[in-house]
Design a protein around this ligand. Structure first.
Ligand code: FBP
Length: 548
């Protein structure tokens, strides 16, 4: 494998660990826990793993001899920078406990466990991947581990390989499933522990005990670098409005963090749009007003950040999509006979008055996308909607009307971008490299202490790494009951942007100024070597949330 100069230098980086994980480790048991809501229902569903105590690790002078253990690891869902470091931390942790311990990786996500597709991860392999981005060491996948047949099929291979603990590195859904699996294996007395690790660039797996999900830090820094570069171009040419969509399936944490880093002219936050019951036209009007105000000052350029999940947070669009989904499923046959050129009018005639009016207001391309691109369940694939183009087209139409009325005097030309895959596999920042390594190492300590149904937790991460607090949180503690596909299910609560939280408040306190003035910040690329204030800063979101 040919390596870049940075890759070679970076391979030698030794991730920092909390002081408590540096020598012999002992587990200190804290208070018993309960789920964040629906305690009775969750307790009933998880009789073996409900109510367990919080765990905190501390150093001890006692010499503890651990038996060798075989451990399995799975990478689940979308890639996030630092996954390889979770695995190397886990590897070093179990080897430190006992040199004869072994680590097996299941290939291409949870499907690897069910299909018995695995490889042993030896020291040589691990060394190739330390401090690198990506999940390519074993690959990832989105197979959901939720059926008992899958759990039993998985157990067959765990038993065959003598695996006593399984670490699942994933987002809220994967960790929910990890908890269900832990409960199932405990109920069956299979002697297999299951430990989760919080991963997702979306930043929406966090709570009182989990400060952040790994990968959010690096991904936001990569996006902020490129947005900063665009802003500098924008402020040089002074002729384009850049509409930039940012990944994040549902929550707007990524868009908000990037806004705090680069100070754009506009950043839309889906959670606010929903809370204020804004229509698509309200969002468009808000952007158009900013364009007009800047134009009045002679500035026909700017930047607009748009979260990927926006459309599903606009209540009226949500209602339109729901009616379209039902209508197209129930009238599939009739619709297939309508000529392409007549489909739009046909839909406009058939929908309820409110939804018909919204549908009619959408640009041609987006209207077509809403009726054509459907997932295997027949639902509109909202993530395929090019929201950045939808908004800029609608802003252009509005500005043209305002020009006629003399309300807009200026020029409007747009450029479009979508940043997502550019950041998901970037080489982890120092923060993510250290945080992930510590999460993996903590997982090994939870295994050594016989825990199951826990998520690896590393806190106090805005302080220097040696002061970080490592431990375990029962996954049931993060759960509540939610309706999914028509059924009430126990799930980990997804953390959306809090409108009364410090990051959002900091943003709203400044956004009006950022809108009219050109006060861009250019963060530049992630630095791996150099002064600590350049290399080791956590995200603004984390700093603001943790500031006491
Ligand atoms: P996870 O929640 O699995 O970490 O994935 C996050 C994410 O990167 C989202 O931001 C994005 O919407 C989605 O994955 C895209 O996934 P895919 O590339 O599989 O379509």
């Amino acid at each position: 494998m040919t390596k870049s100069a940075l890759q070679i230098a970076r391979a030698a980086y030794q991730p920092k660990l909390p002081e408590a994980l540096k020598g012999a480790i002992q587990a200190v048991t804290g208070a018993a826990t309960q789920s964040v809501a629906d305690q009775e229902a969750i307790r009933e569903l998880f009789p073996n793993t409900y109510g367990m105590p919080l765990i905190k690790f501390e150093t001890t002078s006692e010499v503890i001899n651990f038996p060798a253990v075989n451990v399995g690891v799975i990478l689940s869902g979308g890639q996030a920078p630092g996954g390889h470091n979770v695995i190397s931390g886990l590897f070093d942790g179990i080897k430190n406990m006992n040199q004869d311990s072994k680590l097996y990786g299941f290939i291409l996500g949870p499907g690897g466990l069910v299909d018995h597709n695995y490889m042993e991860l030896t020291a040589d392999i691990i060394d190739e991947y330390r401090n690198t981005g990506g999940f390519d060491i074993i690959g990832s996948g989105r197979t959901k581990l939720e059926k008992e047949e899958q759990f039993d099929k998985g157990y067959e291979i765990l038993k065959e390989l003598g695996i006593k603990a399984l670490v699942i590195i994933g987002g809220d859904d994967s960790n929910t499933n990890a908890c269900v699996l832990a409960e199932y294996y405990a109920a069956k007395d299979y002697g297999v522990q299951v430990i989760g690790c919080p991963k997702t660039i979306d930043g929406d797996l966090k709570n009182e005990m989990i400060e952040t999900s790994f990968g959010f830090d690096t991904a936001c820094k990569v996006y902020s670098e490129v947005i900063g570069n665009i802003q500098r171009d924008c402020n040089s040419a002074r002729k384009y409005w850049h509409f930039i969509k940012l990944m994040g399936r549902s929550a707007s944490h990524i868009a908000l963090e990037c806004a705090l880093q680069v100070q754009p002219n506009v950043c839309i936050v889906s959670e606010e749009v929903e809370a204020k019951n804004m229509s698509l036209d309200d969002v468009v009007t808000y952007i158009a007003k900013t364009v007009a105000e800047r134009a009045a000052r002679g500035n026909n350029f700017g930047t607009v950040l748009i979260p990927e999940g926006l459309v599903e947070f606009i209540p009226a669009m949500k209602r339109l999509i729901a009616e379209l989904n039902d209508f197209l499923v129930n009238n599939a046959e009739e619709f297939s006979h309508i000529k392409k050129s007549h489909q739009r009018d046909y839909i406009i005639r058939k929908l309820s008055a409110e939804n018909s009016a919204i549908y009619a207001s959408l640009p041609e391309g987006v209207a077509r996308q809403l009726t054509l691109d459907r997932d295997p369940h027949g639902n509109v694939q909202v993530s395929l909607i090019e929201t950045e183009k939808l908004l800029s087209e609608m802003v252009a139409t509005k500005l043209a009307a305002w020009k006629e009325e003399g309300k807009f005097v200026g020029k409007f030309a747009s450029q479009h971008h979508f940043f997502g895959y550019e950041g998901r596999c970037a080489a982890p920042s120092n923060y993510d490299a250290d945080y992930c390594y510590s999460l993996g190492y903590t997982a090994s300590a939870l295994i050594a202490n016989g825990k199951t149904g826990y998520m690896s937790s590393v806190r106090n991460t805005t302080a220097p790494a040696d002061q970080w607090i490592a431990g375990g949180v029962p996954i049931t503690m993060m759960m509540n009951m939610e309706r999914r596909h028509g059924e009430m299910k126990p799930v980990i609560q997804k953390a959306l942007v809090k409108l009364d939280g410090a990051p959002f408040k900091t943003f709203t306190a400044q956004r009006e100024r950022w809108a009219v003035e050109t006060d861009y910040v250019y963060p530049g690329p992630i630095q791996y070597f150099g002064p600590t204030e350049v290399c080791d800063q956590p995200t603004k979101t984390l700093q603001l949330e943790q500031a006491k």
